[in-house]
Design a protein around this ligand. Structure first.
Ligand code: ADP
Ligand code: MG
Length: 738
């Protein structure tokens, strides 16, 4: 029977539809097999019940009308090759004098079908052209007469000019007769189907393509969305279960070790979140299976300290730790703050150090060969307890004597593959802690990080001063002067100021290297939410502006961006850190992790160029030293511009989780999952992370019950195969996106 299933779903379309149609389908959609075409689902359904009269068409909305073709004209296009077919149709249901024009570019199909006198049902979006309403490229279905309209809804598929809706319907209807429970046996557990009130797979194929009512069609869609969510969750849970069985070295720590010494001298008390996460992590490390935990905490919630405590526990157990940071600036910052926090306990190898101390090192790509060699030796010999670094840590030459814990900061910038690379440097699987300051809504976390345990830290350390955020509309006269006056005022008070610009320079525009326009260290994932508008202010121009203003003649101003040599970057960062610079003009390289307590003002120039979570992260850089912080977001946009809503959202709350939800609303699906827009097949076919969040939660619960029951997936051989296939085809792509 299995062979049979394979046979039909895997059968070549050419063997069922003939080679001509098959070739066209491949050209249009890339489909080769029956299964692929069957999974080409309608976007929506057109129903007789919702017909609109031509006399009352709403502009900009999707409508369906039944009308008779009154005249057809064809003319050449003036500006491009091809022809324009225009049909004027007369309402066959509503007031008969009402007519409407329809346009088809290169409408070969329409030209053949839409003869004068023919009645058809049309569906499309009402647009306006030359002061007249029209439908451009409507989907249509020919009718014998208006009365004879098939009462069943018409599926509207994603279609192309060469493979229009009608042909897709015909092709699929040729496949459907062989879609039976035998050919497509149900693989979801029967109790789950029943609980969720879902149709069987074969039934759902029939219902989604040829439903009796649109409602039935949408219900069938739910089955496929659930199926996808369920397979994803089952695969993630399976992965988690497998890892829980892997052996790892337990790192229980000691009561008289470094951690204990460190705690004794720690100048502050842990927040409730730090305590709870600390216990969760510590308990994981004690087990002889690898920890896989995501530490999610607001900007400034003190994740570094949590990570450091975990690292000390591992060092106390004889293991080494690697801390992977996404940028050099951040790696430096981590290195400095760990050295500072550890004090003399991080001095091993230096003059007069305590033998119980450990060695902390940093490795970045730009280091001199000699320094590198020294660092590599320390890691390989086992002397180094903590190695902080950038991607350089992933290089082949890096080896550890006994890597016990891998900490990944700002996890969303690294793919699973990169995490796995580090993991492979250990003898047995190391424990893994990934950290992110980007609040992730529950279902997204479930979808993207479903194989990880999660620790949450919502509270900030005490003494954190509030940050007030204001939008500064620069088109209002004197706003610019007031902005600079505000910056000067802060500097006079002895405080420090960040000025963040969207781009490094405009010169890059003229260079052939267009990608350099964007700071190479900038957040890669947020472009989808940015309105396409030429950036107006750059780091370079801002530096120029400052140098022309007399009130800043005696102010030390530095610049920082990803295209600077890294020693220069570190030097600048250190200057700002030590107060030698009052103003730092930069790109978003300072976005994550940077921690300068005396900084009180964050100015974000042309703020519409940044996404919600980026803005939130940026302002998290200030208000850290007990002084209240101010974040000013400037913009030249009109108050009505759609991007302003995003800025208003950031202005209105400092709750990162709330903002993450509104961020989601405006981002596209692919951006959320970090998918490329390369046009390759999207990993999630039916499922929509936002729209289907309830379904994902249900799927998680149901999958948990199945995977974690005695015997797990082995009780459901068909399901196990489906999960395995899914992992092969989709999970790999999915996981690589991290
Ligand atoms: P993030 O979670 O954004 O990475 P950091 O780890 O950089 O935050 O911590 C932000 C600042 O808060 C650091 O200066 C750190 O030393 C300080 N900090 C961390 N925990 C506490 C605490 N319990 N009490 C006071 N300050 C703390
Ligand atoms: Mg941090």
């Amino acid at each position: 029977m299995m062979a049979d299933i394979e046979a039909y779903s895997q059968a070549q379309l050419s063997s069922v539809l003939g080679s001509a149609s098959a070739r066209k389908l491949e050209q249009a959609f890339g489909y080769l097999t029956v299964g692929e075409l069957l999974s080409h689902f309608p976007r929506r359904y057109m129903e007789i019940g919702e017909l609109t009269n031509i006399s009352e068409l709403p502009l900009g909305e999707e409508v369906t009308i039944v009308a008779e073709v009154e005249s057809v004209t064809q003319r050449r296009m003036q500006t491009r090759s091809g022809f324009l077919l225009q049909a004027v149709v007369r309402d066959a249901m509503g007031p008969a004098q009402a007519t409407l024009r329809m346009s088809f570019f290169n409408g070969f199909e329409a030209k053949r079908d839409l003869q004068v006198g023919v009645t058809a049902m049309f569906s499309g979006k009402v647009s306006q052209y030359q002061n007249r309403l029209e439908l451009t490229h409507p989907a249509y279905s020919l009718l014998e007469s208006a009365e004879d309209a098939d009462p069943r809804p018409i599926p509207i598929y994603p279609a192309t000019a060469k493979f229009p809706n009608k042909k897709i319907r015909e092709a699929i209807s040729l496949l459907l007769p062989r879609v039976t429970d035998q050919e497509f046996p149900e693989f979801l557990p029967p109790q789950v189907l029943k609980k969720m009130k879902l149709s069987s797979q074969a039934m759902a194929f029939h219902e989604i393509h040829e439903p009796d009512t649109a409602g039935r069609g949408y219900a069938a869609r739910k089955r496929f969305a659930f199926e996808e969510a369920f397979l994803l969750q089952a695969a993630l849970l399976q992965r988690r279960a497998h890892r829980r069985l892997q052996p790892a070295i337990a790192r229980g720590g000691r009561t008289d070790g470094l951690l204990a010494e460190f705690e004794r001298t720690l100048p502050f008390t842990l927040t409730e979140g730090q305590q709870r996460s600390g216990i969760e992590i510590s308990n994981d490390l004690v087990r002889a299976h690898p920890m896989n935990r995501l530490l999610q905490g607001e900007v400034g919630s003190g994740k570094t300290l949590v990570a450091l405590r975990a690292m000390l526990q591992v060092i106390d157990s004889g293991g080494q730790c690697a801390l992977l940071a996404p940028t050099e600036v951040l790696a430096q910052q981590h290195y400095q703050s760990i050295r500072k926090l550890l004090g003399e306990w991080g001095n091993l190898g230096e003059l007069g150090s305590d033998p119980r101390a450990t060695r902390v090192d940093i490795l970045t790509g730009s280091m001199a060969t000699n320094d590198k060699r020294r660092v590599l030796l320390g890691a390989a010999s086992g002397e180094t307890g903590i190695l902080v670094g950038t991607h350089a840590l992933l290089s082949d030459v890096v080896g550890f004597a006994d890597l016990g814990l891998v900490v990944v900061d700002e996890q969303h910038r690294f793919g699973v593959e990169q995490r796995d690379l580090l993991r492979s440097k250990a003898i047995s699987p190391p424990h893994m802690l990934v950290m992110t300051a980007t609040p992730i809504p529950r279902t997204v976390a479930m979808t993207v990080f479903g194989d990880l345990e999660v620790s949450l830290m919502k509270s900030l350390p005490p003494g954190r001063a509030p940050i007030s955020t204001h939008l500064v509309p620069l088109q209002i006269p004197q706003m610019q002067e007031r902005l600079f006056a505000r910056i000067a005022e802060e500097v006079t008070k002895g405080h420090q100021v960040y000025v963040v610009c969207p781009r490094i320079s405009e010169k890059a525009l003229e260079d052939d290297a267009a990608p350099q326009l964007v700071d190479p260290e900038e957040e890669p994932g947020e472009k989808g939410s940015i309105a396409p508008k030429p950036p107006s202010m750059t780091v370079e121009k801002m530096m120029e502006l400052f140098s022309g203003l007399p009130e800043f003649a005696h102010t030390n101003i530095g610049e920082l961006h990803g295209r600077m040599p890294s020693e220069e970057k570190s030097a600048t960062m250190a200057d700002f850190d030590h107060g030698r610079l009052s103003i730092l003009v930069s790109t978003t390289v300072i976005e994550v992790g940077v921690d300068v307590h005396n900084a009180t003002l964050m100015v974000i120039i042309d703020a519409e160029n940044f996404g919600i979570s980026q803005l939130h992260q940026l302002r998290g850089r200030i208000g850290r030293g007990g002084h209240p912080g101010t974040c000013l977001m400037t913009t030249w946009l009109d108050a009505e511009h759609p991007s302003i809503a995003r800025l208003r959202a950031v202005e209105s709350t400092t709750d990162g989780f709330l903002l993450a939800e509104s961020d989601l609303q405006e981002r596209r699906e692919g951006d959320i999952l970090g998918a490329s827009q390369s046009g390759s097949r999207s990993t999630l076919r039916v499922l929509r992370v936002i729209k289907d969040s309830k379904l994902i939660e249900r799927a998680r619960t149901e999958a948990e019950e199945v995977v974690e029951s005695a015997g797990g997936l082995d009780n459901y051989p068909l399901l196990r195969t489906a999960v395995e296939n899914w992992v092969d085809e989709d999970m790999q792509a999915f996981l690589e996106r991290g």
